[in-house]
Write a protein that binds this ligand. Structure first.
Ligand code: UFG
Length: 337
């Protein structure tokens, strides 16, 4: 059984990937500094799995501490999630973002070299595309100027990995470009933990439905879309987690590759559609108001998923309805806890 270091393994996408890895006979080793998650996720994982996975409370930018983990665990592969991800915060604190997101990657790549670990699955983002000229956007679409330090940190990270792969013939990498992950594990035992006021649409909807927020502001209804609100490609976090296992399986049959893959449903939904679907499938009310556009928002982006379907034999299995039901179930779990 392959041992996989999962940096950020107690985070939103990381913890769902830990479950998928164990379901497919990989041994995940979680590394997390718990800066954006907490014990509730570990308790949830323990309940789902029936045991507590191995966890290191380690900061990925700490070379010495990470060296110790690599020498103790001798991993076969790494999935590198650990990163900050709030677009607005990155604009206010760019150095915090560049330090965390870039330094952690450098430490991981350096240690992979020293310990001869040759398979890397990297968490990237559709943010690298900006507002693409062509929709659905495919992996060959040239990156646009990033609109935030967060976005730039993902572009730079991709380039660092491409350059490292070119220089190190044993290395094999996938750059997974996530569209908009939503929802939670159907058990409602793990999900995204809210800290402060959510930036993202679905946590804001669920908190409004739960009465934690007074109303959801829709950021603009004057875009050139069917109903005037922005369009995104929303993907259930469990589908996203499953793609990481497929990526690892694919990498083991490759040599010296560095491939980007879009991970989305391959279809767009507007903000208004998401809100209406949430209300319909959960039979709850959500107060809304229409506000001005949010600075930096792209009008629409959704994925061309043909490359990932053909190469990794992966596609989404869960619908928007299901993702929004699971998101609400998770919110109720949090509210009751
Ligand atoms: N939105 C609202 N009201 C809210 C929150 C969001 O109307 O309270 C709208 C946004 O304006 C946008 C859509 O909902 O049109 C989705 O917004 P999110 O913040 O949920 O997601 P983004 O597409 O802006 O951002 C996501 C990830 C980023 C990533 C980006 C890439 O959160 O990490 O996709 O496009 F960089």
């Amino acid at each position: 059984m392959k041992k996989v270091l999962v940096t950020g393994g107690a985070g939103y996408i990381g913890c769902h990937t830990v479950v998928e890895l164990l379901n497919h006979d990989f041994i995940p080793i979680i590394i997390d500094n718990f800066s954006n998650t907490d014990e509730r996720i570990l308790q949830g994982l323990e309940e789902i799995l029936g045991f507590m996975p191995i966890v290191y409370r380690t900061d990925c930018t700490d070379y010495k501490a990470m060296h110790e983990v690599f020498s103790l665990e001798k991993p076969d592969a790494v999935i590198h999630f650990a990163a900050f991800k709030a677009v607005g915060e990155s604009t206010a604190h760019p150095l915090k973002y560049y330090h965390n997101n870039i330094d952690s990657l450098l430490v991981v790549l350096r240690l992979m070299d020293e310990f001869n670990v040759n398979e890397l699955v990297f968490s990237s983002s559709c943010t690298v595309y900006g507002q693409p000229a062509m929709l659905p956007v495919n992996e060959n679409c040239p990156p646009q100027q990033a609109t935030s330090p967060y976005g730039y940190s993902k572009q730079v990270s991709e380039q660092i990995i491409i350059d490292t792969c070119a220089a190190r013939p044993q290395l094999k990498c996938t750059l997974l470009r996530y569209f908009n992950p939503i929802g939670a594990h159907p058990s409602a035992l793990i999900g995204e933990l809210p800290y402060g006021i959510p930036n993202n649409l679905v946590p804001y909807i669920t908190q409004t439905a739960a009465g934690i927020r007074e109303k959801l502001t829709i950021h603009g209804n004057d875009y050139s879309t069917n109903d005037g609100t922005c369009i995104r490609d929303y993907i259930h976090v469990c589908d996203l987690a499953a793609a990481h296992v497929k990526a690892l399986e694919w990498l083991s049959g490759q040599s010296n590759v560095c491939e980007a893959f879009n991970l989305g449903q391959g279809k767009g939904n507007s903000v208004k559609e998401v809100v209406d679907t949430f209300v319909r499938v959960n039979n709850v009310a959500v107060n809304i108001e229409i506000g001005p556009r949010r600075s930096g928002d792209v009008e629409q982006v959704y994925a061309d998923v043909s490359k990932v379907k053909n190469a990794l034999h992966w596609q989404t299995e869960r619908s928007l309805d299901e993702a929004l039901k699971d998101a609400w179930k998770w919110q109720r779990h949090l509210t009751q806890a």
